[in-house]
Write a protein that binds this ligand. Structure first.
Ligand code: APR
Length: 256
């Protein structure tokens, strides 16, 4: 296959989007690094380079030592609360508004897609909008709980039963939210084109959805700094920064 130039690849992606009835985006932490939020597996900056995710970010680890989770997640929480959507999030929101995108399947908990204006977002790994008591399941507004933790570094507890509060993010070992995951599976099956942005595709079951889309007839486009295991299945692969590529795709869609 002849080697397309970057602009030929961007034109190719815009053509695929125009020709497609149903396009879905699939995003990972890499789409938010340009909002200042570190991802998990980038070689020199990923969050998992210094800690064992199973210790700090599994439901077993959380129940054993919730303080270790909160101490680990504190800097990420501070960064997330202060982060703003970047041109990638905004480009996807614009594509949805113009009818070029049915929705977004995201593994991210940072809520930047909805804050950028995207309406149909399947948050497979939850979000920080709420926190739930792991004892009596009472639900709390997440922001004040997290801000209070950032102030006093105390593990948040339930005012009713004194149980530990956990942000509504999905930890390793937890079930994905059923409605979100089924909605994402339906979107993956129905789409003719899936644009995968900023994900290593290393975590199941989320990482399986691009292959599900491919098996049910969708074409794949991948925009990711590092190679992924799905590159060989993709129609177009661009190893570059999402915040450079996605706005260029939206500009190309506007030209004709
Ligand atoms: N533009 C494009 N790609 C980028 C950018 C960028 N600006 N920055 C980073 N990337 C790429 C990295 O090269 C990497 O391949 O994004 C990918 C991010 O991969 P991960 O860090 O593994 O993040 P993700 O795929 O979302 O992880 C999935 O793992 O630990 C769990 O629950 C956590 O939701 C997370 C899941």
């Amino acid at each position: 296959m002849i080697q397309e130039t970057l602009s030929q690849k961007i034109n190719h992606i815009a053509d695929l989007i125009r020709q497609t009835q149903h396009t879905v985006a699939f995003t990972g932490a890499g789409i938010s690094t340009e909002s200042g939020i570190p991802d998990f597996r980038s070689p020199d900056s990923g969050l998992w380079r210094n800690v064992d995710p199973m210790t700090v970010a599994s439901i077993f680890g959380f129940k054993r030592d919730p303080k270790a989770f909160y101490d680990w997640v504190a800097p990420l929480t501070r960064t997330t609360i202060n982060a703003a959507p970047n041109p990638s999030h905004i480009a996807l929101a614009e594509m949805e508004q113009r009818g070029h995108l049915d929705g977004i399947i995201t593994q991210n908990i940072d809520m930047l897609h909805t804050r950028a204006g995207s309406k149909t977002v399947f948050e497979l790994h939850g979000h920080m909008r709420e926190a739930t008591c792991i004892n009596c399941f009472k639900v709390y507004d997440g922001k004040p709980i997290l801000e209070k933790f950032l102030e006093d570094s105390k593990v948040p507890t339930c005012e009713t039963c004194n149980g530990v509060l956990k942000p509504n993010v999905i930890l390793f070992g937890e079930q994905l939210p059923v409605r979100e995951f089924q909605g994402a599976q339906d979107a993956a099956r129905k789409c003719d084109l899936m644009i995968i942005i900023g994900s290593s595709l290393e975590v199941e079951p989320a990482g399986e959805l691009p292959r599900l889309a491919y098996r049910t007839g969708a074409k794949l486009v991948i925009v990711n700094l590092e190679p992924t295991s799905a590159d060989k299945l993709a129609e177009v692969v661009i190893h570059a920064r999402a915040a450079e590529i996605l706005p260029a795709i939206v500009r190309q869609l506007e030209t004709n």
